[in-house]
Design a protein around this ligand. Structure first.
Ligand code: TRP
Length: 497
């Protein structure tokens, strides 16, 4: 007997979950700086171009594939074309790998949420973060000791990941997103309103939006735009196919893809305004230029912002709590999507019970995550993340577009989604999938490889890059191929519809 596939309780629940996956740390700490450093207002041209020519088309492809073939990423790929099953496994495995460090970053954010109550980071926020908090060791293979606050945070996050996915699609993931996503947006709106009205905020906002048109001619800026769109929409990671496989027969896929993308972009703009308002305040109260305070990623969240929160006095405590809560909520909805993408693949393949698979995945993921709670955690994260983003996402996205565009025929997916959608997408979509997306991604891939050869990532020792970078990529591909040779339980490959 085939088990009945889980289903979303409502279409809104699906959209919230998909947006929850897309809205992540990248929206909060990556996009604002990217916009600022790639031409400000002028960056919106390559950005929207990338969104319409690659982001949304690939989103429709992933939604369409997951829905048509009703399966997690490997199952959907195998049903589309058995030869390409491994291509569905690789992103699922990458999801698992990403999870192991994602939980560490979230653990940092949870710790900082707590620190923000007393502003425990003191005046030298940089030294506090790297020395006192992370206890960063000297090199990737110098593990240092276990850092207990990070360890406890990781433990808590895995319990939450496990609990949510254990409860299933509508009972767990959908409920979580229905609560967290509106809360997240509400908090962000408060941050933006206050951030943009701080004294000096206009300094930051002007800098952020003033267009530098010369950048529009720079190919690097275009690559950055495409990269951000793929990353931000959580494409080529197995999530969107898996999520859409839980949709009922009749659902408006085309429209939903546009809505997911717009909601994600909207959140990106919001956070850009909030972040640069706050940076403007900081620069003007210190009497320095925006260039000196603008930053991204962990430097923004754990070094620069804590400093601003301290400068704000009593209100900074509230601001700090709101900001770190934002990071935690945005991260949680993304991390459960990764657990689901991985677990769903295993459930489909083995026919095992969801509860059992989710439990095994959580225990396994947790055990690996513990390595990140050491003094070398930041190095592991940095290398693995860079390689998965430069190669994992790019190669999988490229292969998806080529397999569907050239082997399966994009018409099949387009006709499927058009038949159930209110708006039909035209032949332009085929052109995007067959030509535009593969061209851009090939370009990105070549550029990433050339850069890596010219200057190995982050100046790390070659052995560290060989093992944590190329090794993790190679292992992922190898495992994918091995898994794709194994048989599907319950004849699930043929039995659908
Ligand atoms: N979209 C996420 C962000 O903007 C990052 C991300 C990329 C992601 N791929 C993913 C999150 C897959 C969850 C699942 O931060």
């Amino acid at each position: 007997m085939e088990q009945k596939r889980d289903q979303w309780g409502s279409k809104l629940g699906f959209i919230l979950a998909a947006v929850g996956s897309a809205v992540g740390l990248g929206n909060i700490w990556r996009y604002p700086y990217l916009l600022y450093s790639n031409g400000g207002g002028a960056f919106l041209i390559p950005y929207f171009f990338a969104l319409f020519t690659a982001g949304i088309p690939l989103m429709i492809l992933e939604y369409g594939l997951g829905h048509k073939y009703k399966g997690s990423t490997p199952l959907a790929m195998a049903r589309a074309n058995k030869k390409w099953e491994w291509l569905g496994w690789w992103p699922s495995i990458n999801s698992f790998i990403i999870l192991t460090y994602y939980s560490m970053i979230l653990s940092w954010a949870v710790n900082y949420l707590y620190f923000s109550l007393t502003q425990a980071w003191g005046t030298d926020t940089n030294a506090f973060f790297f020395n006192d908090f992370l206890k960063l060791s000297s090199a990737p293979f110098d593990l240092g000791g276990m850092v207990w606050p990070i360890f406890f945070g990781i433990t808590a996050l895995w319990v939450i990941n496990w609990f949510i996915c254990y409860r299933g699609v509508s009972g767990g993931i959908e409920k979580l997103n229905k609560i967290l996503l509106p809360t997240l947006i509400g908090i962000m709106v408060i941050i933006v309103i206050r951030g943009a009205t701080l004294p000096g905020a206009s300094l930051g906002l002007n800098k952020l939006f003033t267009p530098d048109w010369s950048k529009v001619m720079d190919p690097k800026v275009w690559i950055a735009a495409y990269g951000q769109v793929f990353f931000s929409l959580s494409l080529a990671m197995g999530v969107m196919m898996t999520y859409s496989s839980y949709l009922p027969e009749k659902t408006d896929i085309n429209n939903t893809a546009f809505m997911t993308a717009f909601a994600n972009s909207g959140f990106e703009f919001l956070s850009a305004i909030g972040v640069f308002g706050i940076l403007g305040f900081m620069a003007s109260s210190q009497g320095v230029g925006i260039d000196e305070v603008a930053s991204q990623s962990i430097g923004l969240a754990f070094v620069v912002f804590p400093k601003v929160f301290t400068m704000m006095g009593a209100f900074g405590k509230i601001f700090g709590v709101l900001f770190f809560a934002c990071l935690v909520f945005a991260g949680l909805t993304s991390s459960v999507s990764l657990v689901e993408a991985f677990s769903s693949a295993i459930i489909d393949k083995t026919g095992m019970d969801r509860k059992k698979v989710v439990t095994l995945a959580a225990v396994g993921g947790y055990l690996v995550s513990i390595f990140y709670a050491t003094g070398a955690g930041l190095y592991f994260l940095d290398i693995i993340d860079a390689f998965i983003n430069s190669y994992g996402i790019v190669v999988v996205g490229l292969a998806e577009a080529v397999v569907i565009g050239w082997l399966l025929g994009p018409g099949q997916i387009r006709e499927h989604t058009n038949a159930i959608s209110y708006y039909s997408i035209g032949k332009w979509w085929d052109v995007m999938i067959k030509f535009v997306t593969p061209t851009v991604l090939t370009f990105m891939l070549v550029q990433n490889i050339v850069n890596e050869i010219k200057s190995p990532y982050g100046g790390y020792p070659s052995l560290a890059l060989a093992i944590l970078g190329w090794g993790v990529i190679g292992l992922g591909i190898l495992l994918s191929v091995v898994l794709s040779k194994k048989a599907w339980k319950n004849n699930s490959l043929e039995n659908y519809k």
